[in-house]
Design a protein around this ligand. Sequence first.
Ligand code: DAS
Length: 359
Amino acid sequence: MHMNLAKFVIRCLVSIAAALAVSGASVAQTKPNVVILATGGTIAGAGADVTNSATYQAAKVPVDKLIAGIPQLANVANVRGEQVFQVASESFKNDNLITLGKRISALLKRSDVDGVVVTHGTDTAEETAYFLNLVIKSKKPIVVVASMRPGTAMSADGMLNLYNAVKVAGSKDAQGRGVMVVMNDEINSGRDVTKAINIKVEAFKSPWGALGMVVEGQNYWFRRLDKRHTVNSEFDIDKIDSLPLVEIAYAGGNVNDTAYRAFANAGAKAIIHAGPGNGSVSGTLVPVLRALRGKGIQIIRSSHVNAGGFVLRNAEQPDDKYDWVVAHDLNPQKARILASVALTSTNDSKELQRIFMEY
Ligand code: DAS
């Protein structure tokens, strides 16, 4: 009798297990561990009144208060915060990038950290995200998040942006996609994205499109970044302790050589020529840039057109003859980041051009 009962019980357990498997009943998932590194910006800003969506002070609210303001974060991840800086991002220096990068690298090496979120100002979020994309050797998600309105304003965007950022940073399907910028429900690549509009919530755009969207805690992916990044990058933050001086000279009509000469005298190792159109160079400027190149300064042609530049080598300028570099589709501020990182490993213009085409 006992043996028959035992067989019956086992058969019942097997049937229950099979039913659960078929029903797709998920085994209780353990929540991911996400660290929020706060640096300042509007997402930590505070205004005098709920009607102040554009008049406020950035970099005021501490990270623990940001986290406490969104209790729903606990539903998607085990979250803890670190206040790395408390600055408006237009004040970021290269040293801030190095410090932040090294902290992220150390955290992502830990088995009890599944992803990192960086709260950041919108002004240079694209630069920080691209820098991290170049130098952090990890597949774990790194998400830079900002906001266009302070948390004290009506229809503030920071809470949902931060909730979405934590969700993406804790997602297994976000691994290996490079550094991302999550804002306004979109997931953009840190390499491509730029702050295209400075007075709208839908501020960040990628000329080649977003990687995906995150809606009500669900990620929807449409593409992957083709350029080298993170674990496939030849650059490593753990081997970089400083960045060389690279400056940007903005050129329109009636341009003269004052800025270029001043940058050279200040010790710039490369000058990003932020030109109109195809990174065009005024006839009066060509001899000046050739002379500066002759003194060993790298000349990198970029375009300041709004919706996405694309500087073609040897098209309107004989770059081979002048030994200049073209920034490809990188805007001037991203070209400065890549040149700064690349110059930590080479000062060969042909190597620099390879790097600009691959990253
Ligand atoms: N000054 C801006 C910055 O810190 C504020 C913001 O938009 O985040 O980048």
